[in-house]
Design a protein around this ligand. Sequence first.
Ligand code: ADP
Ligand code: GLC
Length: 464
Amino acid sequence: MKSFFVSSEVEPFAKTGGLGDVSSGLPSALSALGLDVTVVMPLYPVVKREGLEKLPEELEVQPGNRRRAFSIYRGETPGGVSILFLENPEFFGRHGLYGDERGDFHDNALRFGHFCAAVAQLAEAWKVDLIHCNDWQCGLLPYYASKRGIKSLITIHNMAFHGQFPMEFAAELGLPLDNLGEFEEWGRLNFLKNGILRAAGITTVSEGYAEEILTPEFGCGLDGVLRSRAGALRGILNGADTATWNPLTDERLPARFSARDLTGKARCRAALHDAFGLPQTPDPIIGMVGRLTEQKGMDLVLSGIDQICSMGFKLALLGAGQAEYENAWRGLATMYPGLVGVKIAFSENLAHLVEAGSDMFLMPSRFEPCGLNQMYSQSYGTPPVVHAVGGLRDTVTDPSESSDPTGFKFTPYSTEAMLGALGRARDLFRQPEGWKKMVTTGMRRDFSWTLSAKKYEAFYKTIL
Ligand code: ADP
Ligand code: GLC
């Protein structure tokens, strides 16, 4: 079985969020199981070209009325998986993956639509049996692939992003103008809807989210479409890439540590305080890393910050995203000097330091398809405090659920409930024995990709 794993972002080449992590970790794990998998992504200017080999073949793609050319470069992921980069300067020769400071690129429909058409054409030439698509950027790929008799599976990482565009793009993308129903939702082109309808199999990134998205509350308007394909939908939990996220080998940290010897964690804690301009006190420090958007529960933290500080916590936040949240956080750093440290940036090094150096990790997401940071934080001895939703509910164990808890969960989605969970975390933090047990229990949990990769392998076989 020959497969393509297609994604708009793959770490360490280009990443804006968890999709990049998954697109590097899952193909490595699939290949370790012996599967013939090739990763495919667009060639953006951020991708370093040294070491890439330009292939002699060129792709001439014409889904609609205009022809576009793609060149192909071959490289290898750090996990040793073969990766192809498709180059088209008109669509991908600009800075930013999906947009820039002015917002989303106006031609994203054409950029990712043509990318999908190119991948389908290449898959046919290379005699690929199965195409694994990811998110709306690959939404039209199951359609183009099915026209060439190739089976596909689509993984939904976030129902909130559909890839919605004006219908006018349909002609240039070669969509059947007399029968656009399966491409259309609320009068607009909808890439994800078509992917859901056309793919032979559908997965999402946790079992909890697979149930949630069949309801109007979490389905973002496509729950009816998903219910019509419920038989083809599976929830398969993401893993963590243990080559990148392992406190015992992490080169990005000032010191390394393990569940057996936590001394290195104390050095990371000190470095975190320095990096965020906070005084080295024994009070618990909460870490947060993430996109500053509504999804991530920013409103709960902003409304509860006064109590968080008066409960004896310090807080270190690393994030970037919506301007109003970035500004609000900058304001908090000024209002609570010595208690709230803020870095508005996208920095892998700092992300690793926050995971390793914090005492606990806060993820109050309104919804969370899977979430990776709460898994990383458990591996790094930093118990997470999370809203019990989606993948957060599936991956964190609360003291109320087991005698071997790894963190704290709260529900409903409210500031009071979040503060209640933080209070329980602080109380346990003050009991060194109990706290250490939670820390080391989380560190010993297996979040590796192996089990999930086997589930994908089994699903690939069912589809074929
Ligand atoms: P999402 O994909 O919804 O953003 P995830 O928890 O699945 O959430 O994954 C987020 C990934 O992006 C993690 O690897 C996290 O460390 C990383 N990340 C998010 N924001 C930043 C940032 N500001 N700097 C560095 N890494 C970040
Ligand atoms: C999305 C989701 C996140 C998930 C990630 C990787 O960005 O928001 O919850 O972990 O994709 O699947």
